[in-house]
Design a protein around this ligand. Structure first.
Ligand code: HEC
Ligand code: HEC
Ligand code: HEC
Ligand code: HEC
Ligand code: HEC
Ligand code: HEC
Ligand code: HEC
Ligand code: HEC
Ligand code: HEC
Ligand code: HEC
Length: 389
């Protein structure tokens, strides 16, 4: 148990450390090249990564581009980037318009007008340049909020760029109710995505696709959840790209509040990390559990024989079938000859029977408050911490 905690913490610290280290190295580098005056260090990093724009080119304004790119310019009017006012890019050094992303266009426009060969090489197309350069174009403006941890994120480090997932000019299509994998869409609007979620993510994460098809799964297929409800594809302090500032539990509890304590009687692994017992995407076991009971539990606990209280096997089984629930230490006695039908103190039975019961009954049949409880368990010499109600 303690081991799990240690490993988890270590893993997270390691990620944080390497990010910090990368940032420090970056700072040293920036001092060297005189970037210290920049208001925003991250923006400075990006400005160093911007692609080479045509030498000597100047800004000509979007109207000039529209002279030749008329259809594209017409469509672009509906794009959020066509509605940016000058003050919104304050702090960055870009002007809104086509050239915010494509760079100064005078030489391209002039060369195209004159019919010079290679004129299209005098303008930057973000889809045709190395990923870190393409991202630097967008990061001129997008460094806050969700984009805060882009640098050093799993996606950036694996050579994805903003245009791996986003498209600026492709016309936004109307979604069908389901995508071609049969998954229901959660959102109709699409944040300039190349494909809607979760299809977008499945394009590269086939193993997760398989997991969401297990008999037990978070309702992604049903359109109640998308990947980005739990992950921030742009980066996070908490690996792997989790949409939380604190830890995995905080993420889970943001939707499953009823499982959040503090409880009087806590179950240590629950407060530690939900993923000790649960898989996030899907599982062959019930309730998104990594393993079914009792195997899940006996990784950490011994099988017990109920030395103090040994409920009668027969009574308990009938108890289940008849749908009665007696308090722990009690069992359903169906027999009028012995004072039934009612809940009666459980009778001692041979240990072999107890053993059999433990293996065939779910542990949570008795320890039903597995996530924690404010109520002491009844009839326990151990102080009431047995999570039975
Ligand atoms: C005189 C006509 C003309 C003007 C003005 C013009 N372009 Fe172009 N542009 C072209 C042609 C022709 C092409 C090559 C064919 C194509 O891809 O459409 C091209 C290609 C491009 C490309 C693609 C380059 C590539 O390698 O894929 C981009 C990006 C581009 N233009 C942006 C702009 C921007 C931004 C402006 C305004 C600053 C602009 N153009 C002004 C005619 C023009
Ligand atoms: C927010 C950034 C951004 C702005 C603003 C922008 N573009 Fe683009 N442009 C891109 C990206 C990214 C691509 C690569 C293809 C894609 O993702 O759609 C691209 C591709 C192009 C191409 C190549 C042809 C194609 O469709 O692949 C042309 C031409 C072009 N842009 C012209 C323009 C013109 C003209 C404007 C202004 C009306 C403009 N762009 C405004 C980001 C931008
Ligand atoms: C000139 C500054 C600027 C540049 C450069 C820029 N953006 Fe934006 N972008 C904005 C602003 C401002 C908004 C609207 C406010 C917001 O959502 O942050 C926006 C909005 C967006 C949105 C949200 C759209 C929605 O439906 O809510 C996406 C996605 C986006 N940009 C992607 C990109 C990509 C990809 C690039 C690079 C190819 C890029 N942007 C380049 C300024 C910029
Ligand atoms: C792995 C895919 C992926 C990559 C790479 C990616 N995005 Fe996104 N982006 C998404 C998805 C999915 C959403 C919509 C869900 C969300 O808000 O997180 C989104 C949303 C956004 C938004 C809207 C955020 C909001 O709060 O409404 C902006 C702006 C944006 N992206 C910009 C960028 C920029 C800039 C980059 C590159 C630095 C980038 N994205 C890289 C997948 C991606
Ligand atoms: C263009 C391909 C591509 C797309 C699209 C893509 N990813 Fe990734 N993603 C990668 C690569 C490559 C890695 C790093 C290698 C790996 O762990 O698989 C990665 C890593 C991750 C990780 C971290 C995994 C780990 O083990 O640390 C998460 C989480 C993730 N992606 C979620 C998403 C989500 C959510 C989306 C959709 C919004 C998405 N990805 C879209 C390629 C992609
Ligand atoms: C309910 C929240 C949740 C949703 C929804 C979700 N994930 Fe995850 N995902 C997680 C958590 C938590 C982990 C870390 C698991 C761990 O550490 O044991 C994870 C891990 C991952 C990883 C790392 C490697 C792996 O397979 O465990 C990838 C890649 C990933 N998710 C992609 C996706 C994609 C793609 C989607 C959408 C189809 C998605 N996730 C939907 C919570 C979620
Ligand atoms: C964005 C919201 C959201 C987040 C975050 C989230 N869940 Fe869920 N979870 C759901 C929804 C919705 C359901 C389905 C509930 C329903 O259908 O009534 C669900 C169901 C479950 C179930 C029951 C599955 C079943 O088959 O009965 C478990 C277990 C679960 N979540 C665990 C987790 C864990 C562990 C985490 C953190 C990794 C987590 N959830 C994060 C929304 C979320
Ligand atoms: C010690 C293992 C263990 C840990 C750790 C754990 N759970 Fe569970 N969880 C279970 C078991 C066993 C079940 C099924 C028991 C049942 O049917 O009541 C379950 C069921 C669930 C369910 C679905 C049934 C219901 O009661 O709604 C949700 C949601 C859930 N857990 C969320 C969480 C969250 C959130 C965390 C982290 C705060 C967490 N679990 C940590 C063992 C665990
Ligand atoms: C990762 C290890 C781990 C797993 C898996 C686990 N537990 Fe625990 N459990 C613990 C720890 C640690 C304690 C606290 C022990 C202590 O305080 O002495 C605990 C306490 C308990 C207690 C209270 C014991 C007492 O002395 O009061 C019960 C009952 C219990 N667990 C039942 C279960 C059941 C049922 C499952 C399976 C659904 C399960 N546990 C899964 C680690 C685990
Ligand atoms: C028939 C009901 C029942 C079942 C099934 C059951 N328990 Fe218990 N368990 C109890 C009761 C009642 C106590 C408290 C009595 C005591 O202190 O011995 C207890 C005590 C415990 C304790 C406290 C330490 C101890 O040994 O006394 C742990 C841990 C525990 N159970 C785990 C489990 C696990 C793991 C399983 C599944 C393999 C399980 N229990 C199945 C009823 C049950």
């Amino acid at each position: 148990m303690a081991k799990v905690g240690f490993v988890e913490n270590f893993k997270r610290k390691e990620v944080r450390m390497s990010k910090k280290l990368a940032f420090l190295i970056c700072l040293v580098f920036l001092f060297a090249i005189g970037c210290t005056q920049m208001e925003n260090t991250k923006k400075c990093v990006d400005s160093q990564r911007l692609p080479q724009f045509a030498k000597g080119a100047t800004y000509v304004g979007s109207e000039r581009c529209a002279e030749c790119h008329d259809e594209l310019s017409e469509n672009f009017k509906h794009n959020i980037h066509a509605k940016i006012a000058g003050f919104e890019t304050k702090g960055s050094f870009v002007k809104p318009g086509c050239e915010a992303c494509h760079g100064p266009g005078s030489r391209h426009a002039d060369a195209e007008e004159e019919g010079t060969e290679g004129a299209e090489k005098l303008i930057v197309n973000p889809a045709k340049i190395p990923p870190e350069q393409a991202s630097a174009i967008c990061s001129q403006c997008h460094t806050e909020g969700d984009l805060m941890d882009w640098h050093g994120s799993e996606h950036e480090m694996n050579n994805l760029s903003c245009v791996s997932c986003h498209t600026v000019h492709e016309k936004q299509k109307e979604y069908a109710a389901r995508d071609k994998l049969g998954y229901r869409h959660k959102y109709q609007g699409d944040k300039l995505l190349k494909k809607p979620e979760p299809e977008l993510c499945f394009g590269c994460h086939k193993d997760v696709l398989a997991e969401t098809r297990y008999p037990n799964h978070h309702p992604i297929k049903e359109g109640k959840l998308v990947c980005s409800d739990c992950h921030n594809p742009h980066g996070s302090e908490v690996s792997p790209l989790l949409r939380t500032d604190e830890n995995l539990n905080e993420l889970c509890l943001s939707c499953h509040q009823e499982k959040s304590g503090p409880y009087v009687f806590e179950h240590a692994p629950v407060t530690e990390d939900c993923s000790i017992c649960h898989r996030p995407h899907g599982s062959v076991a019930d309730n998104l559990l990594k393993q079914n009971e009792p195997y899940l539990c006996i990784q950490c606990h011994g099988l017990h024989f109920h030395s103090a209280i040994k409920p009668d096997t027969k009574y308990i089984i009938e108890n289940q079938e008849s749908g009665h629930s007696c308090p722990p230490g009690f069992a359903w006695n169906p027999s009028p000859e012995t004072g039934g039908p009612k809940c009666a103190p459980a009778v001692t039975v041979p240990e072999a029977h107890s053993m059999q019961k433990v293996m065939t009954t779910r542990c949570t049949e008795c320890h039903s408050a597995i996530h924690g409880s404010d109520l002491p368990s009844l009839a326990t010499p151990g102080g009431g911490s047995r999570l039975t109600r």
